[in-house]
Design a protein around this ligand. Structure first.
Ligand code: SF4
Length: 374
C-alpha cells in the first residue's frame, strides 16, 4: 500500500468574494448532490486502480461547510477504510455556514482539524472583500468548534488589504493569537485578473498598500506571532508546537498526493495531472465512466529537483542537503556552487547544520531566489 495525501475539492460557496480566483461557484440547488455523487465515483475509480492509503485528508474549497453536512458524511464513509489510523483530517469552513450541531457531526466523522476563514478582524474590511460574515460570526464558530471537540484549529488571515492599516493588522493578529488558535496562516492579498476587486482597482475605486507596507505587515505578523509563542515553520504559516499542518507539509516536501474534485491537481510519481475545473464537464465525464482528467505532464528530473528546492526553501527547516543527495543522487553544493556563492554573498540564503535556508532578506525576495536555482 502506498501512503499519500488526499485533497478533496468542494467548489461551492455562499457567494463569491471580490478577490477570489479559486475554483468556486455560488451553490445552486441540487448542484452539490450531483457533484458529490461524481466525487464518490472518482474515488472508487482511484481505489480500483491503485492501492492507496491516506496519511492526510484535506477537504477544501470553496466552502465545504456550505453543502449539506450528510454529503460530507458520505465522502468520509467512502474514504474511511483507506484512511490511516491517526491521520490528520482537515476541513475548511467559513463563518456564517456552520452550526454547533454540524460541527459535532463533522467531529463524529473523524474530522480532527478545522480551518476557519477569517481574513480580518474589522467588519468594514470584510465587507470590502465581499466576505459574508462578521468577526462575531467567526467568534461563534470558533467557540462552537472548541465545544464540539476540535482541538486543532487553523485560521486564515490576509494582509495588504484595501484600506487596511498596520494598526488594524496588528489588532487582527493579537485577537486571533489571544484566542489560543493552534495554527495561523497569513497571506498577502494577491490581486488576480478577472476578479471584481481587480476591476475596482483598475477603475481607481480601490487603493492597495504598496510593497513597502506589504513587507512591514508581513514582518509584523512574524514578530507578533512570535511574541504569542507561535513558531513560524513556513513563509506564511505559524503553529503552536507540533501543530503544523501535516497535509501542507506533503506539498512543501514535494511528496505524492492525489486530488479529487473539479480542478484538483495530483502528483503521483513523476506525473502531475489535473481535473477539469468546470463542474458540468467534471460531472458529465464521470457519468460517462471516464476519469475527469484534463491534462498531465511528466516532470523531468531537473524540474522535479527545482520544485523540491524551492518548496523546501519555503520551510523554515530549509533544504536538507543529505536528504537531497539520497533522493536525487546529486551533491547540492557541488551542482549549485555558483548560485549558492552568489546568494550567500547577497545575504539571501545561509547554510547551517546541513541545511540551506532563506534568510529574512531572502524571504522578502523569495521568488528571485527560487528562480536562481531554475
Ligand atoms: S469563501 Fe474562499 S473560496 Fe469562497 S469565494 Fe470566498 S475566497 Fe473564494
Amino acid at each position: 500500500m502506498k501512503e499519500i495525501g488526499l485533497y478533496v475539492h468542494i467548489p461551492f460557496c455562499r457567494s463569491k468574494c471580490l478577490y477570489c480566483d479559486f475554483n468556486s461557484y455560488e451553490c445552486r440547488e441540487g448542484d452539490s448532490e450531483d457533484y458529490v455523487a461524481a466525487l464518490l465515483r472518482e474515488l472508487d475509480e482511484y481505489q480500483k486502480r491503485y492501492d492507496f492509503i491516506y496519511k492526510t485528508v484535506f477537504i477544501g474549497g470553496g466552502t465545504p461547510t456550505v453543502i449539506n453536512c450528510f454529503l460530507i458524511g458520505s465522502i468520509l464513509e467512502k474514504l474511511s477504510p483507506f484512511i490511516m489510523s491517526g491521520a490528520e483530517i482537515t476541513m475548511e469552513s467559513n463563518p456564517g455556514t456552520v452550526t454547533f450541531e454540524n460541527l459535532k457531526y463533522y467531529r463524529s466523522l473523524g474530522i480532527n482539524r478545522l480551518s476557519i476563514g477569517l481574513q480580518a478582524w474589522q467588519g468594514e474590511l470584510l465587507r470590502g472583500l465581499g466576505r459574508i460574515h462578521s468577526p462575531e460570526d467567526f467568534l461563534h464558530v470558533y467557540d462552537c468548534a472548541r465545544k464540539s471537540g476540535f482541538d486543532n484549529i487553523n485560521t486564515d488571515l490576509m494582509f495588504a488589504l484595501p484600506n487596511q492599516t498596520l494598526g488594524m493588522w496588528k489588532e487582527t493578529l493579537k485577537k486571533v493569537a489571544g484566542l489560543g488558535m493552534d495554527h495561523i496562516s497569513c497571506y498577502s492579498l494577491i490581486l488576480e485578473e478577472g476578479t471584481k476587486l481587480y476591476e475596482l482597482y483598475r477603475e481607481g475605486r480601490v487603493q492597495l498598500p504598496d510593497e513597502e507596507a506589504d513587507r512591514e505587515m508581513y514582518w509584523t505578523a512574524v514578530e507578533v506571532l512570535d511574541s504569542y509563542r507561535y513558531g513560524q515553520y513556513e513563509i506564511s504559516n505559524f503553529a503552536r508546537k507540533n501543530m503544523e499542518c501535516r497535509h501542507n507539509l506533503i506539498y512543501w516536501r514535494n511528496e505524492e498526493y492525489l486530488g479529487v474534485g473539479a480542478g484538483s491537481h495530483s502528483r503521483l510519481g513523476n506525473i502531475r495531472f489535473w481535473n477539469f475545473r468546470d463542474i458540468d464537464s467534471y460531472v458529465s465525464l464521470i457519468r460517462k465512466g471516464k476519469l475527469p482528467v484534463e491534462g498531465q505532464e511528466e516532470l523531468s528530473s531537473d524540474v522535479e529537483m527545482w520544485e523540491t528546492i524551492f518548496l523546501s526553501l519555503r520551510l523554515n527547516e530549509g533544504l536538507d542537503l543529505q536528504g537531497f543527495k539520497s533522493r536525487y543522487g546529486i551533491d547540492f553544493q557541488g551542482r549549485y556552487a555558483d548560485v549558492i556563492n552568489r546568494l550567500t554573498a547577497q545575504g539571501l540564503i545561509s547554510i547551517e547544520a546541513g541545511r540551506v535556508k532563506l534568510t529574512g532578506k531572502g524571504k522578502d525576495l523569495s521568488n528571485s531566489v527560487f528562480i536562481e536555482f531554475l
